[in-house]
Write a protein that binds this ligand. Structure first.
Ligand code: UDP
Length: 490
C-alpha cells in the first residue's frame, strides 16, 4: 500500500502523543520512538506515571538537555483505587498474576486524566501512537478527532502469524494445546502449537479486557500500525501484514539504533546494576566473538533449579560468558550456589545481578552469541549488533520470534524448549538440562555452521544500520509519518 506525501505540509509541527504500556519491553522502544519523532520534526508528549518515570530518569534528563521537543507527562496511577499497593505501576512490580486484572483496570482509568491533560495543554494533539493493550485510547482519539496508530512491540512476522491464526479461528478448532498446526497463508511453513501462541494475559477476571485487547490488536479501529522492525529483515511479512489488515504499516526500526551516545546505550529502561566501564573492560579482555551473553529480558523468571542447570551448562561449555540474574531470582539458595560457581569460573565468567546494559554488551566485538528469551526488543538488538542467538522462548509471541530467528533468518540455534511459561510464573521443574545448554552454546560458537550463521547475522546487521540512515527505508518511513501528520495541522 503506497502513501502519497501530502503537498499541503504546514509550518506548524505535528504533535504526537505516545502512550506506552507499563512494561519495560514496551516503554523502552517508545522512549526511543519519542526521540526519533522529535528529531524528525515532531513535537512529542510521552505519557507515563511517576514510578515508571523514576526508572528512566537518566534518559528524561538527557532528552531535556538535548533540547528535543519531547515532554514526559506523568499521570497519577490509581493503584490504591483498584486495591493494588501504592506504586504498583508496571507489570514487573506486581507480586502475583492475580493482580494483572486490577492493574489493567487502573490502566483503563488513565483515559479521563489523559483527555483532561490534552484539553488543558497546547499544542493540541495531531495523532496518538498507543500501545495495543490500551484499547481505551480509542475514546481519546475520538474526543480530539485525530488518527490513532497502534504499537504492540512485535515484529511483522509474528503479527502476521497471529492475524492469520485469529482470522482462520484456528485456536477455536484445536482442542489439544500441544498439537502442532501450520499457520495458514504464509509463504513459509510455520508450525506452532496453541500453547505457544500469545495468550493475552489469560488469567482470572481478564475475559472482558482480553476480548477488548484482542479486538484492538486486529487493528480495525486504528488508522495504522507502527512497527519496530525494518523492511529488509521481514520484507514479505511486512507487506503481507499490511495487506492483511488493510491499514498502513509504518516500519521504523530498529529503534534501539537511535541510541548513538554512550550514555544512552548504557542506561536503557533502568539504571544498570554494573558500571558500564567495568563491563567494557571485562569484555575487552576476551577474544573476539567468544563470549555468550545470557539474559531473559525484564519479565521472565527462572527458578533456582533451572538457574543452576544453566550455570552448569555454561561451565561445561568452557566458553566465556556474561550471565544476568534478576534481583527477584536471587534466593539465598541461588546466592549460596553462585558463590562457589563464581570462584570456579572467575577467569571467564561475569555475573550481573539485576539490570544489564544490554545494548552496550551486545555491541562489543567480544560477544559471539546471545542466549535469549526471544523478546522482540532483545531479538532486534541482537540482529542490529550482528550477534547470533540461542533461542529459549518463554511466553507471549516469543515462540514465533524463535521461528523467525532459527527457520527464516537462520541466525539462531534452539535450546529445545517446547512448553511456554505463563507470564511471570515459572514451571516448578527444570525444562532445559545442563547438557542442552552446553550443546547449544558449543554449536552457536564452534564449527563451520557457526561461521555461516555469524556471517549471515553480520550481513543483516549491516542492513539494519543502513535502514536507519538517510535514504534507508525506516528513516524515510519515519520522515513520511511526520509529514503525513504535519499535513493534518495545516
Ligand atoms: N533489558 C536491558 N537489561 C536487562 C534486561 C532487559 O537493557 O537486564 C532491555 C532489553 O535491552 C530490551 C528490553 O529490556 O530492550 C526487554 O524487552 P524484550 O522485548 O526483549 O523482552 P521483555 O522484557 O518484554 O520480555
Amino acid at each position: 500500500m503506497s502513501i502519497q506525501i501530502p503537498s499541503n505540509v504546514s509550518n506548524t509541527k505535528p504533535h504526537f502523543v505516545l502512550v506506552p504500556f507499563m512494561v519495560q519491553g514496551r516503554m523502552i522502544p517508545m522512549v526511543d520512538m519519542a526521540r526519533l519523532l522529535a528529531s524528525h520534526g515532531a513535537i512529542v508528549t510521552l505519557i507515563t506515571t511517576p514510578a515508571n518515570a523514576a526508572r528512566i530518569g537518566l534518559t528524561i534528563d538527557k532528552v531535556k538537555q538535548s533540547g528535543l521537543p519531547v515532554n514526559f507527562v506523568c499521570l497519577r496511577f490509581p493503584s490504591m483505587e483498584v486495591g493494588l499497593p501504592d506504586g504498583s505501576e508496571n507489570i514487573d512490580m506486581l507480586s502475583s498474576l492475580d493482580q494483572v486484572k486490577n492493574f489493567i483496570d487502573a490502566v483503563c482509568m488513565l483515559r479521563d486524566p489523559l483527555i483532561l491533560h490534552l484539553r488543558a495543554h497546547k499544542p493540541p494533539p495531531t495523532c496518538i501512537i498507543s500501545d495495543s493493550n490500551h484499547y481505551w485510547t480509542r475514546d481519546v482519539a475520538e474526543e480530539f478527532k485525530i488518527p490513532r496508530l497502534l504499537f504492540n512491540g512485535f515484529g511483522c512476522f509474528s503479527l502476521l502469524c497471529i492475524h492469520k491464526v485469529r482470522e482462520h479461528k484456528i485456536e477455536e478448532k484445536i482442542v489439544d494445546e500441544n498439537e502442532p498446526f501450520v499457520v495458514p497463508g504464509l509463504q513459509t511453513m510455520v508450525e506452532i502449537t496453541k500453547a505457544q501462541m500469545p495468550g493475552n494475559f489469560s488469567m482470572p477476571g481478564m475475559d472482558k479486557h482480553r476480548e477488548e485487547i484482542i479486538a484492538n490488536e486486529m487493528a480495525s479501529s486504528s488508522d495504522g500500525v507502527v512497527v519496530n522492525s525494518f523492511d529488509d529483515l521481514e520484507t514479505i511479512y511486512c507487506e503481507k501484514y499490511q495487506n492483511a489488515i488493510g491499514k498502513k504499516v509504518w516500519t521504523i526500526g530498529p529503534l534501539s539504533l537511535s541510541n548513538g551516545d554512550f550514555g544512552d546505550i548504557a542506561a536503557r529502561g533502568n539504571k544498570a546494576s554494573i558500571d558500564a566501564d567495568r563491563c567494557l573492560s571485562w569484555l575487552d579482555s576476551m577474544k573476539p566473538s567468544s563470549v555468550v551473553y545470557v539474559n531473559f529480558g525484564s519479565l521472565a523468571h527462572t527458578i533456582p533449579l533451572q538457574l543452576i542447570e544453566i550455570g552448569l551448562g555454561l561451565e561445561a561449555s568452557y566458553c566465556p560468558f556474561i550471565w544476568v540474574i534478576k534481583d527477584g531470582e536471587r534466593t539465598s539458595e541461588v546466592e549460596e550456589w553462585l558463590s562457589e560457581f563464581e570462584k570456579r569460573t572467575r577467569d571467564r565468567g561475569l555475573i550481573i545481578r539485576g539490570w544489564a546494559p544490554q545494548v552496550l554488551i551486545l555491541s562489543h566485538p567480544a560477544v559471539g552469541g546471545f542466549m535469549t528469551h526471544c523478546g522482540w526488543n532483545s531479538t532486534l538488538e541482537s540482529v542490529s549488533a550482528g550477534v547470533p542467538m540461542i533461542t529459549w522462548p518463554h511466553f507471549a509471541e516469543q515462540f514465533l520470534n524463535e521461528k523467525l530467528i532459527v527457520e527464516v533468518l537462520r541466525i539462531g540455534v534452539p535450546v529445545g524448549v517446547k512448553s511456554p511459561t505463563v507470564l511471570g510464573v515459572t514451571p516448578s521443574d527444570v525444562s532445559v538440562k545442563k547438557k542442552c545448554v552446553e550443546k547449544a552454546v558449543r554449536s552457536l560458537l564452534e564449527g563451520e555452521e557457526a561461521k555461516d550463521r555469524r556471517k549471515r547475522a553480520k550481513e543483516i546487521a549491516e542492513k539494519a544500520r543502513k535502514t536507519v540512515k538517510e535514504g534507508g527505508s525506516s528513516y524515510e518511513n519515519l520522515t513520511q509519518l511526520v509529514q503525513v501528520m504535519n499535513a493534518r495541522t495545516a
